[in-house]
Structure formats: C-alpha cells, structure tokens
Design a protein around this ligand. Structure first.
Ligand SMILES: Nc1nc2c(c(=O)[nH]1)N[C@H]1C(S)=C(S)[C@@H](COP(=O)(O)OP(=O)(O)OC[C@H]3O[C@@H](n4cnc5c(=O)[nH]c(N)nc54)[C@H](O)[C@@H]3O)O[C@H]1N2
Ligand SMILES: Nc1nc2c(c(=O)[nH]1)N[C@H]1C(S)=C(S)[C@@H](COP(=O)(O)OP(=O)(O)OC[C@H]3O[C@@H](n4cnc5c(=O)[nH]c(N)nc54)[C@H](O)[C@@H]3O)O[C@H]1N2
Ligand SMILES: [Mo]
Length: 816
C-alpha cells in the first residue's frame, strides 16, 4: 500500500514527504518545522513568505488539508488589524446591539483596543462581578502548548477577577457523561489495538462511524498512525478473514475503503436496533449469561424493558424493523453473526450528537456486554477509534509535554485594578454545559438540570471568545443571533473574519502557527514524537500570537509578571520541554538538550512499547473483576444505573431505552419530510480551511454540497449541480446538489462548517446563501443528564432554487 494513495481523492496532490536533512536550501530561503491539527509539517520560507509546506516523514498519511496551509495564511479573510464596531466605538456598552453584523468596522491601534478591553472588563467586574463575564470559549484553535487561547483567556481573567466557564464539549457532550457512569472510565479508555483487531476480529461493526475520514485530524498533531492499522484491517478484509459492516444512513469514506456492507438505518434509531438485538440474543439464548452475571449489574431492569414486562411492548426485531427501516431478517442475521464470530464494535460520536444521545453509547456498552467478548482478543468495543489519527495505533515509549495553565484565581480589586488583592477562589460556579450558550444568554436566572445537579444561568454582560467559531458550531443560528444581542460587549479573537468575528464588537487578529514559536507532541496516543513550531514568518498584518495578546491585556491590569512568569514564547517551550526531559529519564529515554531539539525541529520516539500491538481493552478487569474493579459504584458494568435512576429524569431513566427523537422520519410532516444529518467535512476541520483553495475541490455552484438520494431528487426535479433551498422550522440555507445513492432515501446530508453568509447580515431569519447547516439544526439538550448538542436530529425540506444565485460575500472583508 502506497501511503499517499491511501484514499483515492483524499490524499491527492500531496507530494512525497522529505527528510529534513535532504531539504534543498536556497540562499534567501529557509525551512522550519511547524504543525497543524492535520499533521506535522516542514515549511519553506522564501523572502519572508511562506511558499510551501510538506509533511514530515513520520506522518503515515498526510491529508489533502496540507495543501491549504499557504492559502489560509494569506487569504483575504485574514483580520489584519484590531477592529471595533462603529456603534460600539461611539456608545460602548450602551450601543445598539441589534447592529451587530450590520455596522461598519473601524480599524484601531493595539494600544487603543487594549485600553477599551481593560475598561470593559474592569467595569463588568466592578459593577456586576465575575458572573457577568463568559469565557467558556469553545473551539479548535491551532496547535501549541503555549498558544492555547482558551487557557490563556482564563489565565488572564483569573488574574483579573474570574469568569463564567463552560463544561463538556460539542464532540462528546453525552458520551463523556455516560461512559464513566456505565464503564467507570472516560471514553478515551485505552482501546484494543488496531493490530489486534486486524489479527483476531471477524466482524467489525461501525455504527455512525467514519473513522477513515475523521482520523485525519487530532486535538494535538496527528502522526496518522491509525492508518497503518486501517491498512492491516483492509488486508484482513481482502484475505476474507474479516468483514466490515457499517450501520449508517450514508455510505461513507470508510465503507468504501474497507469495502464494508452498508446498512442504511433511519437516522436516530440505532438504540431501537441495538435494543432489539439484545432481545434477539436473549430470546435465542445466544447471549453470554456468564459475562452478564459476573461483570455487570442491572440486567434484569433492562430485560424487563426489552421483554415488555415494564411497559407491555416487546422490543423484538419486528418492533425495531418498523422504527429503523431495517428488515426483521437482517436484524436477526446481524445479531447472530455478531454473537457467533469475534466482533468489535466501533461507534462514532454521531450516535450521541442527537436527541437522547446518552442512550446510543449506553446501548453499545450493553449490547457488547451481552455478546460477552469484552477483554478478549479482537472483541468488545471502543468508543473513540474515530476520535483522532492515533487511537488504537501501537504506542511507542514516549512522553508528553505539559502546557500553559489557567493559573490561580485572584479577586479583582475594584477601583485600582492593581495587584493588591489576595489570592482567593473567585471562579464562578455557574459554568454551563457548553451547548447551553444561547439558552443562558436568553434566560438569565433560569435553572436547568445537569447530571444530577442544577445549573443556574448567569446574567452575561461580556463575552470573550478566543479560538473558536460559535457562529459555526452552535445549533439554531437564528436563535443564536437573538441571544448574541443580549450582552453589552462581545470580543472575538481569531485570525479570520469568520461569522463570529463579524458578529462581535471588538475583533482581535490572532496569528497562525507558522507566525509564532511553540511546541507540541505528535500523536497523543501513538506517542510518535515532539515537534518545535518555529516562527517562520512575521505575523501577517498587525496580528499577534494569542500569548502576546493576553500578555498585553494582563499588563493593563498591572499583572503582566504574574501572567508571563517572566518567560517569552520560546522560554515557555523550553520550560515545557525540560519537564518532558525529566519524565523521559524515568522511561529510559535520553532526550537531546532543548537547543539541539529546537535546531532539528522534532524528536521521534522510536522504541515500540512491548506488547503494545496486542493491547486488549479491559483485559485485566475480565481476568480478575474483584482485583481490577471498574470505577463505577458497583465496580462492574452498569447496564442499569441506580444513581442515574435516582435523579428521576423522565428523559433518561438509567438504562438503554429508545426515546422518540424530537424530529425524525417517524414524525416527519409534509412540510419537512427529510431527515438532515450534518457530519464532519472531508477536507476541512469544521469551518477551518473553508476560506482556502480547497473549496474548489468540493463546492458545488459555490455552495456547500447537499447529498440527495436520486429518488428524492427526482420527486423534487433536482439534478446534480442545482442550487437547492433547504429549510427547517428554524431557517433557510442554499446548497449545491449532489445526487447520489450513497445517502438513504429521505435523508439529506450537509457537512458542518460552511461559513455562515446571511443575505442580510445581523438580521434574524435571513437566508444563508452559502450553506451553514446550523441555521437548520435544533438547539436542545440531549437530555437532563448530559445536555449535549443534538446536531444530527433535524427535519428539513428541499426545493430547487430558481431565483438568481445570490453572491457569496463571506470570503471578502466586511464593511470597514
Ligand atoms: N451541525 C453540526 N454542528 C456541529 C457538529 C456537527 O457534527 N454537526 N460538530 C460539533 C463539534 S464535534 C465541534 S468540535 C464543533 C467545532 O467548532 P469550532 O471548534 O468552533 O470550529 P472551528 O471551525 O474549528 O473553529 C476554530 C476557530 O479557531 C480559529 N483559530 C485557529 N487557530 C487559531 C489560533 O491560533 N488562535 C485563535 N485565537 N484562533 C484560532 C479558526 O480560525 C476558527 O475560526 O462544531 C460542532 N458543531
Ligand atoms: N476531516 C475531519 N475530521 C474530523 C473533524 C473534521 O472537522 N474534519 N472533526 C473532528 C471532531 S472535533 C470530532 S468530534 C470527530 C467527530 O466524529 P463523529 O462524531 O464520529 O463524526 P460525524 O461526522 O458527526 O458522524 C459520523 C458518521 O455518523 C453518521 N450518522 C449521522 N447520524 C447517524 C445516525 O443517526 N445513525 C447512524 N448509524 N449514523 C449516523 C454520519 O453519516 C457520519 O458518517 O471528528 C473529528 N475528525
Ligand atoms: Mo468535536
């Protein structure tokens, strides 16, 4: 397998990876190492300009996204200077907030903008206290253990009085709450190695999981080592030893790669499928009774549900067939195959990014327990194989590097703002589940349920967002725009004129990785190495590194020294590296001195962990469940959780149960007859890189593509390339049609992350002409337990758009 032929059409155009030593050096050019969420890179700089990037040699599958790095660096959408919205500059916190998105922006100096920010934070702390400032800022900012804008934001605000935080993520809102409850660990528990799967698994079941697509990226820098494992799995498929089955309304990149059988389930009904599979295992005696008795608690409670004892409805394959659209015969066959062969289940996180998302993973763990293969070679399940480009790869003996911290909270000293206050806990206890942002802004004082507690919404006057794009990631854009009109001050810090920048009062230009010094690990699970992110070019325009931006704001409060602890960016990189050196000694690794590491640009760990390629999750627990209890209250797998049941939630009763989703094909109407899913994009990281040349690779008629089944296209008179008006109860967008039977009939698919481009910016209800899917989605929590977002739950209509195609404006600068 040629590694760069990995995915046809996916890695196309990426040239061979050079060894640094063989790099050709021109007189006016230099090569530096840098990194992104999609790989470790070597950048060529000529006359102070970034001209090219190439993947480093230890990247197992460099993605096409590398091709966008230069394009994004110099794109017209870069924010070059600090800007303030005209109305805000004039009237400050008394400005007309409905003008957000409509007003002109005025360029100001850094000195002036820092003074405004200082005055506004100080005013809010003085008049309303820390609970008036929201810094729960979420998002996938760039790489670097220092330039983590969210940690730096909190560090700065901690030194100046505190703030309201968020908890949880958009990625794992429900699974991060459920896995500890059921399995007593977090969802990133070490997974059975992909090598072990390739050797022993006979049936690999992907449920809402497109790992070949999603493992292109990593929260740190991916070495894409899981792709080595995928190749081995594919070889086992070719040899006829392993079969891949993919339960997904969409035939995915992974399905094509593994030549999987794609079972096109009705969206949001996987729990019904799995419950019926449990029923069938029970009815046929195929379930592992011994495993259930020895390693789990609460089976009887679940049994009463699936047998119908508790509610009179038998959850048998006939019942599930009507809900899932999968035939009774197929459900039975699938169940029997899984029981009779060595089966590994890989759920994606899409299962929990939907209404009652807690139930998806609860059902996976329950079904897996009944199959009884947990802890055995090639069997069981993993909750996060698709989560980043290294999960399940064989680990090397390596170390990670610490990063900047939020520091110690200090009370703001009203009046002076000087460093005279005592250290004291001033953190707000009003942190929200992250996807409750609009609800919080719209309903101050209201209280909601969350995982057995109550969360009271703060009255937010100032939002500071750094390193995220809420105007892409959050659901129900129109509700959000209304919510965005509530605070007095909104600050957004980003390299680009994203919708979040356009909807702010103050816009601060951050720079990207190649414009600053930093350090990172490569391959958080594979432990492939360490990389120096070297400043190759000067920050574009007057942009600055996040670290420098927050240092200057802390300075305004007289707290610069506390913020920096006397270090500059490279000083921090050295400080972090030297701590890694200490850890390394304990593991018998001799890391080079910092200067030598920095000079070379990376360090690769080469020693493989012994037995790592045969790692099996939960093996110790299965071998000795008394000695190696799980972290649950019972020490076992909790098929039923007494603790969750004790919360008395009507939408989450403490075991895997199918609840009817807010919107699904089972309650579709004539007005909104199709189910919309919004998976992660192939050639972007969310909204990142939408403003680059890569747009040409996937856009249709300058819009985000919508996948439509040929039968639906025919009934609507839509053909490939048409402009399509997509509407839901919440709003309207335009997309470009791709007619394909990859997608199930009555299901349409629009990837998340197309830049929001409303016809009338700032106007509630305005049509997005470019295809931001979150104009259509529902802003509701999964349940009272986790309150995760439900992006994959929405009904829509589609129509051929016949008017004049509106111009795309979002890739030019806003009014100035
Ligand atoms: N419908 C739907 N919606 C979804 C999802 C879905 O599946 N469907 N998925 C959800 C999920 S899982 C997630 S994680 C979220 C992702 O949501 P986000 O993480 O908010 O999305 P990104 O587009 O990655 O936004 C990151 C922003 O950081 C900026 N940035 C990059 N580098 C830097 C830097 O060094 N400094 C600063 N200050 N800024 C920087 C980028 O320009 C970009 O605007 O979306 C969620 N939304
Ligand atoms: N290229 C790329 N990779 C990424 C990201 C990116 O933006 N771009 N983002 C990263 C991040 S932050 C995250 S959180 C992960 C997300 O990883 P996931 O949450 O696993 O990804 P999704 O794309 O939301 O969904 C995966 C699959 O679920 C299917 N699906 C949707 N609804 C249903 C359903 O009801 N039932 C079933 N069975 N299937 C369903 C979709 O068709 C899709 O193929 O990906 C990461 N990887
Ligand atoms: Mo995510």
């Amino acid at each position: 397998m040629q590694r760069r032929n990995f995915l046809k059409g996916m890695a196309l155009g990426v040239t061979a990876a050079p060894m640094l030593s063989s790099a050709k050096i021109l007189s006016n050019s230099k090569k530096v190492t840098t990194a992104t969420h999609w790989g470790p890179l070597e950048a060529t700089i000529e006359d102070g300009k970034l001209t090219e990037v190439e993947p480093l040699s230890f990247d197992s599958n460099p993605p096409l996204m590398n091709k966008a790095v230069r394009s994004r660096t110099y794109d017209e959408t870069r924010v070059l200077y600090p800007y303030v919205r005209e109305g805000f500059l004039k009237d400050r916190h008394k400005s007309d907030t409905t003008m957000r998105g409509k007003d002109k922006f005025v360029r100001v100096s850094w000195e002036k903008v820092n003074q405004i920010i200082y005055e506004e934070i100080a005013r809010c702390q003085r008049d309303f206290g820390p609970e008036s400032i929201y810094a729960g800022s979420y998002g996938w900012f760039g790489i670097g253990n220092l330039n983590n804008p969210q940690t730096l934001l909190k560090r700065m605000l901690n030194l100046t009085g505190g703030f309201v935080d968020s908890k949880g993520t958009y990625s794992t809102g429900a699974i991060s709450v459920v896995t500890p409850i059921v399995m007593g660990t977090n969802h990133y528990f070490r997974h059975t190695s992909l090598d072990n799967i390739a050797k022993h698994t006979q049936t690999l079941v992907l449920i809402g999981c497109d790992l070949v697509r999603t493992t292109q990226i990593n929260w740190d820098v991916p070495a894409h080592k899981s792709y080595d494992g995928f190749v081995k799995i594919k070889n086992s498929v070719k040899e006829g030893k392993l079969k891949v089955i993919s339960i997904n309304p969409l035939r995915t990149d992974s399905d094509k790669f593994f030549d999987a059988k794609n079972i096109k389930i009705i969206p949001n009904t996987d729990v019904a499928l799995m419950v019926a599979m449990c029923y069938h295992l029970y009815e046929t005696g195929l379930y592992d009774k011994n495993f259930i008795e020895r390693y789990t608690v609460g089976f009887d409670k679940f049994k009463d549900y699936f047998t119908g004892k508790s509610d009179g409805v038998k959850k048998d394959p006939a019942w599930a067939s009507k809900i899932t659209g999968i035939s009774e015969k197929e459900i039975k066959e699938l169940t029997q195959t899984m029981a009779k062969t060595t089966t590994m289940i890989m759920p994606g996180w899409s299962l929990q990014r939907q209404d009652h998302g807690e139930m998806g993973n609860w059902a996976v763990f329950t079904l897996t327990a009944m199959l009884g293969q947990i802890g055995k070679n090639g069997g069981g399940c993993g909750a996060s194989y698709h989560g980043d480009g290294n999960v399940g790869s064989t680990e090397r003996v390596g170390v990670s590097i610490p990063g900047i911290t939020v520091g110690k909270p200090m009370t703001y000293n009203a009046g002076t703002g000087n460093d005279t206050s005592s250290f004291e806990q001033s953190f707000s206890n009003k942190a929200i589940p992250v996807a409750k942002i609009s609800d919080m802004l719209l309903n101050p004082g209201k209280s909601i349920d969350y995982n057995g507690t109550k969360v009271e919404f703060a009255d937010i006057k100032l939002i500071y967002w750094a390193g995220g794009n809420p105007m892409h990631h959050h659901q129900d854009r129109n509700k959000m725009i209304k919510a965005w009109q509530k605070p007095e001050v909104i600050i957004n810090q980003d390299p680009y004129w994203t919708a979040s920048s356009r909807m702010a009062d103050i816009v601060l230009p951050a720079c990207t990785e190649i414009e600053r010094d930093d350090i990172s690990v490569v391959g958080s699970e594979s432990k492939t190495g360490l990389i120096a992110l070297k400043k190759g070019i000067e920050p574009v325009g007057e942009s600055k590194a996040d670290y420098d931006i927050f240092t200057d704001i802390a300075d305004k409060f007289g707290r610069k020294d506390l913020f920096t602890e006397g270090r500059d960016a490279k000083g921090w990189a050295k400080y972090f590296y030297e701590q890694a050196m200490e850890q390394a000694v304990a593991k018998g690794i001799e890391l080079p001195k910092f200067e030598a590491f920095w000079e070379k640009g990376y360090y690769e760990f080469t020693k493989m962990e012994q037995g790592g390629d045969d790692y099996v999750a939960f093996k110790e627990f299965v071998e000795d469940p008394i000695e190696n209890q799980l972290g649950t209250p019972s020490g076992r797998i909790e098929i039923f959780s007494k603790k969750v049941a004790s919360y008395g939630y009507d939408d989450c009763e403490g075991y895997a149960k199918f609840y009817e989703p807010a919107e699904w094909l089972g309650n579709a109407t004539k007005d909104f007859p199709y189910h919309l899913i919004s998976p992660h994009p192939r050639h972007r990281l969310h909204s990142q890189l939408n403003n680059t040349i890569l747009r040409k690779v996937y856009e249709v008629n300058e819009r985000e593509p919508i996948l439509i089944n040929p039968e639906n296209a025919k009934e609507k008179g839509i053909v490939d390339g048409d402009l399509v008006l997509v509407s839901s109860k919440r709003g309207k967008i335009l997309c470009g049609a791709v007619v394909t039977d990859d997608v199930r009939k009555d299901v349409v698919c629009v990837a998340e992350g197309a830049w929001y481009d409303p016809q009338d910016p700032g106007e509630i209800g305005s049509m997005c002409v470019h295809g931001d899917v979150n104009v259509l989605t529902i802003d509701k929590g999964t349940s009272k337990l986790a309150q995760g977002n439900i992006s994959h739950t929405a009904l829509v209509n589609i129509e051929k758009f016949t008017g004049t195609a509106p111009k795309i404006k979002v890739f030019s600068k806003p009014k100035m």
